[in-house]
Write a protein that binds this ligand. Structure first.
Ligand code: PXP
Length: 247
């Protein structure tokens, strides 16, 4: 049966690349905590950050300070490892998005393969959920992965939009259709449906128009634009595109 559900959509601003710039010179600036404050003042609903195992951008100190200073929701992206689970259980972000992680990758390439290790993901989900942290699994728009996410007890998924962002023309339209079907299917399974990766000012509107999607997490394009326009304006412009797509 076609799904008629439609929700408000919110923007999560990923501030990792403010930290990338800082770490490139090992200075104390620019500070992602400062960026989070400006993004929140500009209307961001969620502040998202990825603590990678190699600490290439966000540092442990950032996670602790962000949790203490951010007024809106905090969303910690992390690999499913004991080290990251301990960090999350200690700092208690509002949301945890479980992602795959390879040290050699430039950024998160591809979604989590929930089918490959469901026991590990289920256990991590349970431990986080017990502490009232909302767990989202970052997965490709694949019904089998969605079913596996439900079985793991996750309350949310984040659909990986990286392939959509990279493609052009008809292949992009096909991937968009796949994302639409996945969002509808997951919503019907009772999951909260978020999306993100590779979204920018030119490709976000089609994604934001999908009525089941409740949150978009966007980083690189917003931080890149902020160099020229300032962060407040970069966040505001993205928010406007997203909200306009829902009208
Ligand atoms: N969502 C997830 C799960 C991610 O891993 C990332 C990248 O850290 C993003 C969203 C944001 O991607 P981008 O920086 O390409 O906007």
């Amino acid at each position: 049966m076609p799904n008629q559900n439609s929700y408000n959509i919110v923007l999560g601003v990923n501030i990792d690349h403010v930290a990338s710039l800082r770490q490139s010179r090992l200075t104390h600036y620019p500070d992602p905590v400062h960026a989070a404050y400006i993004a929140e003042m500009a209307g961001a609903d969620v502040i998202t950050f990825h603590l990678r195992e190699d600490r290439r951008h966000i540092q442990d100190r950032d996670v602790a300070l962000l949790k203490q200073t951010v007024g809106c929701r905090t969303n910690l992206e992390m690999a499913v490892t004991e080290e990251m689970l301990s960090m999350a259980l200690r700092t208690k972000p509002d949301d945890c998005c479980l992602v795959p992680e390879k040290r050699e990758e430039l950024t998160t390439e591809g979604g989590l393969n929930v089918l490959a290790d469901p026991d590990k993901i289920r256990e991590a989900t349970l431990r986080l959920t017990e502490e009232e942290i909302r767990v989202s699994l970052f997965i490709d728009p694949d019904p089998e992965q969605i079913d596996a996410a439900v079985k793991c007890g996750a309350s949310a998924i984040e659909l990986h939009t990286g392939t959509y962002a990279q493609l052009r023309g008809e292949p992009r339209e096909k991937e968009l259709h796949r994302l639409m079907e996945a969002a509808d299917y997951a919503d019907n399974q009772g999951l909260i449906v978020n999306a993100g990766h590779g979204l920018d000012y030119s490709n976000v509107s089609a994604l934001a128009a999908i009525p089941q999607i409740r949150e978009l997490n966007i980083g690189h394009s917003i931080i890149a634009r902020s160099i020229f326009t300032g962060l407040e304006s970069a966040v505001y412009e993205m928010l406007k595109l997203i909200q306009d797509a829902r009208k």
